[in-house]
Design a binder for this molecule. Structure first.
Ligand code: ATP
Ligand code: MG
Length: 180
């Protein structure tokens, strides 16, 4: 599985539709302070289903929508897409290539799509749940997270171990079943 490309359109500082293509191997993103490096990482987090505005350095989810600049009006919608090469079927999907899209409008409407088809948030979460990616995973370590892990309460640390060990999925399924 490989990240092939990322498109940001109206997401945070990316007012203009921007597509980044990733080559095999390691990619580094460099740029001056405030140029949008962290926003790129947050876009990846967001499209994989992040539900916490705080994890995206905002107060409310609409804060991810471009909110204007000196020479540019605010936008009404944020869109992020990632395209993954899934020819090894690392993610539980028959598709060899997966494009996942998330949209959010200022009125609160939101949409998730897999290869152009509307899906539920749960479908996105399920797609990533056992992959080591996704919103609850540790594939993205933000500033301050390392300290939070080591200084965390034992019960929180156990949660991390359960996620890494792949137990979290079964716990989540159990909780869902119990709610029914
Ligand atoms: P550093 O090197 O300091 O970590 P960075 O390259 O990671 O910087 P980011 O934090 O990604 O920079 O980008 C911050 C910029 O994004 C700020 O200028 C901020 O105003 C802008 N920004 C964040 N949210 C929005 C938004 N909703 N609309 C417009 N601009 C936004
Ligand atoms: Mg940064």
């Amino acid at each position: 599985m490989q990240l092939l490309s990322l498109t940001l359109d109206g997401f945070k500082s990316f007012a203009q539709k921007t597509t980044i293509k990733f080559e095999p191997g390691m990619t580094g993103i460099i740029g001056p302070n405030g140029s949008g490096k962290s926003n790129i990482i947050e876009a990846i987090r967001w499209v994989m289903g992040e539900q916490s505005a705080r994890h995206l350095r905002g107060d409310k989810m609409a804060d991810v929508i471009f909110n204007g600049a000196a020479d540019r009006q605010p936008l009404n919608r944020a869109l992020v897409s990632i395209t993954l090469d899934n020819s090894d079927h690392y993610l539980a999907s028959d598709f060899r290539e997966l494009t996942i899209t998330r949209k959010l409008y200022r009125n609160g409407d939101s949409e998730y799509l897999i290869n152009g088809r509307k899906v539920r948030l749960k479908d996105i979460t399920d797609l990533f749940i056992d992959s080591g990616l996704g919103r609850e995973s540790f594939s993205i370590i933000s500033q301050g997270r390392v300290a939070a892990v080591f200084n965390g309460k034992p019960v929180d640390r156990r949660g991390i171990i359960e996620t890494v060990a792949g137990v979290a999925k079964y716990k989540q399924n159990k909780e869902t079943a119990e709610k029914r």
